[in-house]
Write a protein that binds this ligand. Structure first.
Ligand code: FES
Length: 102
């Protein structure tokens, strides 16, 4: 089973295939915003994926359109609620405090 390491705390948790990064981060006890409850509408679950990008699902049109509206996105940006674990690689993500005001 792959793992997800959550920065900045460095906590590492098991990641079930098919689970979203949002579900995994929440079940780990870390704080992450998710104002639209995972519908790719709010952008508050924006995170960076630093490692293992091949181990998560690709960005779909809905997610891409939402990311385009967020200040501070980069090539590592994902919406945690849309990125699903594929079960092939360990993943390292970074929670972004500046997104908390969204
Ligand atoms: S929870 Fe709203 S976009 Fe992810």
């Amino acid at each position: 089973m792959p793992t997800v390491t959550i920065m900045p705390s460095g906590k590492t948790v098991d990641a079930a295939e098919g689970a979203t990064l949002l579900q995994i981060i929440m079940s780990s006890g870390e704080e992450i915003n998710h104002k639209c409850e995972g519908k790719a509408q709010c952008g508050s679950c924006h995170i960076y994926v630093h490692e293992g990008r091949k181990g998560i699902s690709k960005i779909a049109r809905e997610e891409n359109e939402r990311l385009d509206t967020i200040v501070g996105i980069g090539s590592k940006s994902r919406l945690a609620c849309q990125a699903k674990i594929l079960g092939t690689e360990n993943v390292k993500v970074e929670l972004l405090g500046f997104a908390s005001g969204l």
